[in-house]
Design a protein around this ligand. Structure first.
Ligand code: UGA
Length: 449
């Protein structure tokens, strides 16, 4: 395997993970970001995201002289990793440039590509002949060809190589991929990018750029659809007095369905699925295709959040439309899923906002928010650093993120501090018998009324 000189532009969780993992595969990697403070911290091995294994991998890469961090994309494509005693300009510049910059939801749900475009403008002319620009960011179909137009260089190829990393297990996902997808209209460039991952031995799909770009959206939208489906099945279980845990177990053994991604919850969120489902709708719209299944997937998710509030109303007031004014609710979990400190598009915050709108006073606890951490939603709720403080004088607890530690709370102690022992478990996380033994009334999802 040839060790390649690689530049990674953008040090979000995708960029840093990609850089550190490619260095661990033997490549020489320079990671760049416009945020000087972040680069300074990364150069000291300090990572600002919760990603198991990442700090160790960064330290290893830097110690081996294969990984370094610089401010600005220009320096990444033209300077070599520290300790290699030269610059990439001397070596001939970065052979492969990974774009791992944000593509946020822009006006009308259309992905905003301005950062991708400005990086190309900044460094396009600096790339050595034969270089490959790799788009890892999730982008609308057609972006690779638009990037190639912007770049306007026949001697540099643009490749789409979507990432399939989950926050909280990004390193493991990178090093044990289900598949590698590489798309380019120039076969040799696609093969060169695929070769970077050869040591991982994963099935590799080599295709054209548009198909590779579509794989990412198609996969994320399918995952969202799977979750909306399972949330709808949970609702149906409640009406039919069936048990969703048994229903999903029975479904999951069918290998065509699989057991993963079948847990009902307060709706799916995070920085990817909501953004990508909306962007895919726009992509479909622009192609004059009415993607009704995807529209229903999104609508079901919006409704799911309201449904969680209805459950809390019923549990607290005993009435379907009961008012939550003058009621205090302890919110357990703020992040969009367990194992991360990310609250972007978190269903927990969305449900909390609806509870607040319904008049409830909210006190939240999340294990990823240490004492003194910034409140992600001031005005909406207060954050405490002790779970029993979240329950103090509360009329109900609502579990919104599936942090394992909530399973082993001292429920008798919790009952002792609450105004009333009521818990709504929107993640089906708790063993129902445990809080019930301590006198709690428990409501979960899809387990009869
Ligand atoms: C998602 C995809 O899973 C990754 O494959 C993809 O690479 C990534 O987006 C991306 O586009 O970069 P991530 O956003 O980290 O990864 O989060 P997931 O683990 O997919 O969870 C998404 C949401 O679904 C969370 O709110 C989670 O709580 C919810 N979820 C997940 C459920 O409600 N039930 C489940 O069974 C699984």
């Amino acid at each position: 395997m040839f060790a390649r000189r690689i530049a990674v532009v953008g040090t979000g969780y995708v960029g840093v993970t990609t850089g550190a993992c490619l260095a661990s595969l033997g490549h020489r990697v320079v990671c760049a970001d416009v945020d000087a403070a972040k680069i300074e911290a990364l150069s000291r091995g300090v990572v600002d995201i919760l990603e198991p294994g990442l700090p160790e991998l960064i330290a290893e890469g830097m110690a081996a002289g294969r990984l370094s961090f610089v401010v600005g994309a220009k320096d990444a494509v033209s300077s070599a990793p520290a300790g290699t005693g030269g610059t990439n300009t001397v070596d001939g510049g970065a052979e492969v440039v990974f774009l791992c910059v944000p593509t946020p939801m822009g006006v009308g749900g259309v992905a905003d590509l301005s950062i991708v475009e400005s990086v190309i403008e900044e460094v396009g002319h600096l790339l050595p002949p034969g270089a490959v620009v790799v788009n890892k960011s999730t982008v609308p179909v057609g972006t690779a060809s638009r990037t190639a137009e912007l770049l306007d260089r026949d001697d540099v190829a643009v490749v789409s190589n979507p990432e399939f990393l989950r926050e909280g297990s990004a390193v493991r996902d990178f090093l044990n991929p289900d598949r590698i997808v590489v798309g380019c209209d120039k076969q040799d460039a696609a093969e060169r990018v695929a070769a970077l991952y050869a040591r991982l031995g994963a099935p590799t799909v080599l295709t054209d750029a548009a198909s590779a770009e579509l794989v990412k959206y198609a996969a994320n939208c399918f995952l969202a659809m799977k979750l909306s489906y399972v949330n709808a099945i949970a609702e149906l279980c409640e009406r039919l007095d069936a048990n969703v845990d048994d229903v999903t177990e029975g479904m999951g053994y069918d290998r065509r369905i699989g057991t993963a991604f079948l847990s009902p919850g307060p709706g799916w969120g995070g920085s990817c699925l909501p953004k990508d489902t909306h962007a895919m709708l726009q992509v479909a719209d622009a192609a004059d295709f009415e993607f009704r299944l995807l529209r229903a997937t999104i609508d079901t998710n919006v409704r799911q959040r309201q449904r969680m509030v209805d459950k809390v109303r019923l549990a607290v007031t005993g009435k379907r439309g009961g008012s939550l004014s003058h009621h205090r609710i302890g919110v357990l979990g703020l992040t969009f899923k367990a194992g991360t400190d990310d609250v972007r598009d978190s269903p927990a915050l969305a449900v909390a906002a609806l509870l607040r709108q319904a008049g409830a006073e909210l006190v939240a606890y999340d294990p990823s928010f240490a004492a003194g951490a910034t409140n992600p939603a001031p005005g909406l709720l207060s954050v405490v650093d002790d779970v029993y403080l979240a329950g103090k004088d509360a009329d109900a607890l609502v579990v919104l993120t599936e942090w394992p530690e909530f399973r082993s709370l001292d429920w008798a102690r919790m009952a002792g501090v609450m105004r009333r022992p009521v818990v709504v478990d929107t993640r089906n996380l708790l063993d129902p018998d445990v809080p019930r033994r301590a006198g709690f009334t428990l409501t979960a999802l899809g387990r009869g009324v």
